[in-house]
Design a protein. Structure first.
Ligand SMILES: Nc1ncnc2c1ncn2[C@@H]1O[C@H](COP(=O)(O)OP(=O)(O)OP(=O)(O)O)[C@@H](O)[C@H]1O
Ligand SMILES: [Mg+2]
Length: 145
């Protein structure tokens, strides 16, 4: 039997209300993505790409429809569950970096592990290892600017 898809949406819709104008950013989006696949979402500006990614990443909630990721129903999660989902399962690389200006590179990388209650020594070790991996070890103690 085939493994179930890692991501599945059914009839996903997101409507924004601007004043009293309704903007259908997503309308009836049903898709599935198998584990290990790389998928690019392409389309004209304003076609709903960011809206879709925000929903898949647990940053926003749909107006209707369902989202399942790795067997969990993301669209039914409350704020607390979404926070845990973002911390442990969803990774997002933003167009703007969203780094914290007052923290060093090492501290920025370390931050999610602080919220996960990983002990300090282990946090530093893992953050340093990741910076090393992307060729930024020599900038570990520099701030983003
Ligand atoms: N927070 C919001 N409030 C109101 N309308 C929004 C909001 N976010 C997006 N929209 C509208 O929803 C539609 C889809 O926008 P979205 O940002 O998802 O498109 P996009 O495909 O990511 O575009 P781009 O290629 O420019 O990044 C657009 O009409 C946009 O104006
Ligand atoms: Mg966008």
């Amino acid at each position: 039997m085939n493994a179930p898809p890692i991501i599945r949406t059914r009839s996903l819709a997101k409507t924004y209300l601007i004043g009293h104008v309704r903007v259908a950013a997503l309308d009836d989006v049903s898709l599935s993505v198998d584990e290990g696949r790389f998928v690019a979402v392409t389309g004209a500006s304003g076609s709903g790409k960011s809206t879709l990614l925000n929903l898949l990443g647990g940053l926003d909630t749909p107006s209707s429809g369902t989202i399942e990721v790795a067997g969990a129903v993301v669209s039914a999660m409350d704020r607390e569950a979404l926070a845990r989902y973002r911390r442990h399962q969803a990774g997002m690389i933003f167009q703007s970096f969203n780094l914290i200006a007052s923290r060093t590179a090492l501290e920025n990388v370390e931050l999610p592990l602080v919220f996960s209650n990983v002990d300090k020594k282990e946090r530093k070790r893992r953050a340093a290892e990741l910076l090393e991996k992307v060729g930024l070890a020599h900038r570990a103690n520099h701030r983003p600017s």
